[in-house]
Design a protein around this ligand. Sequence first.
Ligand code: ADP
Length: 263
Amino acid sequence: HLPVIVGRVTLPCNPSQGIAFVLDNTARKELERRKDDFINMASHELGNPLTAVKMQLSLMRRQLTRQGLQVPVSAFSLMETQLNIISRLIDELLDVSRIQNGKLEYRREMVDIDELLHEIIDTLQQINPDHTIRVSGTATIRLMSDRDRLGQVFTNLISNAIKYSPNAETVEIDLDASSETITIRVHDHGLGIPREQCDKIFERFYRVSTLRQKSIPGLGMGLYIVAEIVKHYGGVISVDSEIGKGSTFTVTLPIKDASDSHC
Ligand code: ADP
């Protein structure tokens, strides 16, 4: 395909390096809008057939059992696991699109933070038996918030800590609460992030550019969604990392803000 250049030429730069074409603002916005529309449509278009396939699969499983036939358990679980991976990606695409349109919704319910975190750790430990996940501290606190959304924050950070620790190094999680805030720290001894890219990883679709990181699959949506949810609850997320040594992600949530105003 030939490259299509939209917009006006505004900035001729160093002739030895060629000419820089800069999109004017209107064209750039239009392009962004079309990209957002595309993400929104694509996630819906992919989600509908996927739901149909999932329903058909569970129907087949039930029919086989009803007819007294043996269910090929491993084949079914393999298909279900793969479908769940696709579902999660589509859900993340939908969330990204909702954030762009200011339509990410939050339920209001009492969430036991300690219990939620332990439930997520148990699940992730089962899926990743090679890694050791260690927890310290407690926060016997209930927040008026959205359980699934907070779950997304914890799941993403812990899954990343596991995913970017390819030699199965231990992941440490620390929970701390004061009268005003809850702090969750997720510390890994994995690949680490180059210092100059630490801020960028919270941007939409950003992935660290080192070869080692790029060899690990991902689409750069998780931390963007996490940062948005934390922001919604008036919290702060930060990362401290050293390449080759590991990373620590810290989330601090105000107890008052999460309960009172932002749901
Ligand atoms: P992805 O699906 O690519 O993992 P995320 O938004 O969750 O998307 O993360 C953005 C990028 O930040 C990742 O592609 C990865 O390069 C980097 N990253 C996130 N968490 C870690 C971590 N714990 N250790 C090293 N790099 C990380």
